[in-house]
Design a protein around this ligand. Structure first.
Ligand SMILES: CC(C)(COP(=O)(O)OP(=O)(O)OC[C@H]1O[C@@H](n2cnc3c(N)ncnc32)[C@H](O)[C@@H]1OP(=O)(O)O)[C@@H](O)C(=O)NCCC(=O)NCCS
Length: 183
């Protein structure tokens, strides 16, 4: 991938994570620990340290260099605070040209349309610049807000996978959705 990976929207500055984002990422994780816990895998205490945030960023950077993962941080326009993040991960090329999309927003930023604002241009970028054909996103049946977000972005339901991901320590069914590149 060449060129800067960054977008400005009306209310956000979104860009690829960088090695020196460790403190901002750590602050986002610790501030939103309770809010995000019910939607994510179990985390141990080490996850909530700056050292872990640094390690995550190193792993992400290695993944970007290998065209495997594209982790994007969503900041306020002045880039003082991380408001959320999303990741295009498990990029597979060849005949598939697909990836998975995961996302999360700070608890106090929900319900303002911010994730939609961030993801709409990011999906254009994934289908355009990244050249992907299929972006897949899965959600817990009880996560109605996530389901509404994906439907609004043009994702279509493809099925229900039983006991698909371990969320907060429990194997949970997930609704499978995907968005295909426009013709
Ligand atoms: C799922 C999640 C990312 C949604 O973020 P969000 O920014 O609230 O989602 P949207 O961008 O779709 O915002 C839509 C909501 O904002 C409201 N809204 C307010 N102003 C708006 C505007 N200007 N434009 C669009 N929507 C607006 C909409 O009415 C809608 O409300 P509703 O969801 O109660 O119907 C967020 O709730 C989250 O991080 N949850 C915890 C983690 C998680 O679930 N991750 C995903 C796992 S699959």
């Amino acid at each position: 991938m060449s060129g800067a990976i960054a977008w400005r929207t009306a209310r956000l500055s979104c860009r690829l994570a960088k090695p020196d984002d460790a403190e901002a990422l750590w602050r986002y994780r610790t501030t939103n620990r309770e809010h995000l816990a019910s939607w994510e895998p179990l985390r141990d205490e080490a996850y909530y340290t700056q050292a872990h945030a640094r390690r995550t960023l190193e792993e992400w950077m290695a993944g970007v260099a290998q065209d495997r993962v594209y982790p994007v941080l969503m900041f306020d326009p002045g880039e003082r605070e991380v408001l959320g993040s999303f990741t295009f991960s498990n990029v597979v090329r060849g005949a598939f040209q697909a990836c998975q999309l995961g996302y999360g927003l700070a608890g106090d930023q929900q319900g303002k349309g911010l994730m939609r604002e961030a993801l709409a241009p990011a999906l254009d970028w994934a289908f355009g610049t990244l050249g992907l054909h299929r972006v897949m996103a899965n959600y817990l049946p009880r996560n109605a807000r996530s389901g509404r977000l994906l439907a609004a972005l043009g994702f279509e339901r493809e099925g229900l996978a039983r006991r698909y991901l371990q969320i907060a320590g429990t194997w949970e069914d997930h609704v499978l959705t995907a968005k295909i590149a426009p013709d």
